[in-house]
Design a protein around this ligand. Structure first.
Ligand code: MRU
Ligand code: ZN
Length: 208
């Protein structure tokens, strides 16, 4: 079982994150899903289909690291397995945020035929762990979108087993997944990615 106080703290952090992410236009129209670790075997995660700018206590539930509901009749996010894979793969991960911004959606489509976005020469790359200079290269994989979340979760598991240092990925025409030790870390990653996506799109516009 899980500790109820730890659950309440995790749930409130997801509710607050939803308000912030929705207000920035990064989680429109019930899109997105968020989770926070409760302990080694449990995470708090958003219930499927809920409006992320208006989350309340009843919109957060608990699943184990296999994605199975714990003490809940509601259905967890349709993309629950994309979260649990990350908690299993990276034991230090405390929070996973998935967003659906315009820039993440457009950029992932604009890079047609490329399975990755390469970021270099941006000072803001240093918002990510292990990035100490703009000269480093940050490779963000772009997975093809699919409704087969089991298959996509396996694909991401394989990729991150081979590339453990990466802080996020894109799904084409869909959105961003990023994670961090704490909610503050993970929100910083969302903001940094959004800034970098906007820069990349603007670079494409002015240099074409
Ligand atoms: C509103 S369409 C977006 C969904 O298909 C999905 O990609 C998403 O992010 C939210 O799904 P959810 O099941 O609410 O977690
Ligand atoms: Zn989504």
């Amino acid at each position: 079982m899980f500790d109820v106080t730890r659950y309440a703290v995790a749930a409130q952090s997801l509710i607050d994150a939803g308000r912030f992410l929705y207000a920035n236009g990064w989680s429109p129209a019930t899109s997105s899903n968020y989770s926070a670790r409760i302990d080694a075997e449990h995470i708090a995660i958003t219930v499927s289909g809920r409006h992320k700018g208006q989350l309340g206590a009843g919109d957060i539930m608990v699943v184990d690291l296999k994605g199975r509901p714990v003490q809940s009749e509601t259905k967890s996010s349709a993309e629950t397995l994309l979260h649990t894979v990350l908690y299993e793969q990276f034991p230090e991960t405390g929070v996973v945020l998935h967003t659906h911004s315009v820039n993440a959606t457009v950029l992932s489509r604009a890079l047609a035929g490329k399975g990755k976005l390469e970021l270099q020469d941006y000072e803001l790359q240093k918002a990510f762990p292990g990035m100490t200079t703009h000269e480093s290269s940050l490779v963000v994989p772009i997975f093809e979108n699919t409704q087969d979340i089991v298959a996509l979760s396996e694909e991401t598991r394989d990729w991150f087993a081979r590339h453990p240092e990466q802080p996020g990925y894109l799904i084409r025409g869909h959105g961003l997944y990023t994670w961090g030790k704490t909610m503050a870390d993970c929100l910083r990653h969302v903001e940094a990615f959004e800034f970098l996506f906007a820069c990349e799109l603007e670079m494409m516009r002015v240099t074409k």
